[in-house]
Design a protein around this ligand. Structure first.
Ligand code: G4P
Length: 190
């Protein structure tokens, strides 16, 4: 997606050879025009998949997921990282380890917001080693629903996430694929 690549090149900051900071338009301050285009792009790619719900992981996935949900005219469901006292036992849960942030969190999905008839499109901001996506897939499949696709804004193609998800047969579409962040330069994969 050309607008996204342009914004990454103009506003992205390489933290080290594994981490790209995109705080000014995706993770902290959010660009509505970019999110609008991201929503249309995911819709065009997955529109024939009879998607019934968009699922994302809080927090940075919410903006692109909502814009995608508007295009599909279906609900968006947010997987929670912190258990709330309002959520009762009526939940699916799994642990996710983040290698980038070196943390582990419990991902939670209420049974009220998923059914076995659902065809789910997962939307998230980054794909690194795929742990968050694997956690989301586990919860969705525990509910008997289908993961019909996975949409990612920025894929770090030099990490293992794409291979892990494709090897398991999931349909993955990433709007920007980064080949390398080495030598203080952002290199895209065509
Ligand atoms: P994985 O799910 O693909 O295995 O990725 P990983 O656990 O390593 O990433 C965990 C968190 O780090 C995610 O945010 C993800 O968006 C973020 N992340 C991964 N790589 C990068 C990167 O290069 N740049 C930036 N800015 N973030 C990266 P999170 O903990 O879910 O936080 P949130 O932003 O969604 O709240």
């Amino acid at each position: 997606m050309e607008l996204l690549k342009k914004m990454i090149l103009e506003n992205g900051h390489i933290i080290n050879e594994n981490v790209l900071k995109v705080d000014s338009f995706i993770n902290h301050q959010v660009s509505p025009s970019l999110m609008k285009e991201i929503g249309s792009e995911f819709y065009n790619y997955f529109k024939d998949n009879k998607i019934t719900k968009i699922i994302t992981i809080e927090s940075s996935g919410i903006a692109p997921a909502l814009m995608t949900a508007i295009n599909f005219n279906v609900p968006m469901v947010i997987l929670k990282k912190q258990t709330s006292s309002i959520l009762n036992e009526n939940v699916y849960q799994t642990n996710v380890k983040s290698f980038t942030k070196n943390t582990t969190y419990k991902l939670t999905l209420s049974k009220d917001y998923i059914s076995k008839e659902d065809k789910i499109l997962i939307i998230d901001d980054f794909l690194a080693s795929g742990e968050a996506a694997k956690g989301a897939i586990k919860l969705i499949e525990n509910a008997g629903a289908e993961v019909s696709g996975i949409g990612i804004i920025i894929e770090k193609s030099f990490q293992s996430g794409r291979k892990t998800l494709e090897d398991q047969g999931y349909r993955l579409y990433s709007l920007a694929r980064i080949k390398s962040l080495q030598n203080n330069a952002i290199e895209f994969l065509d």
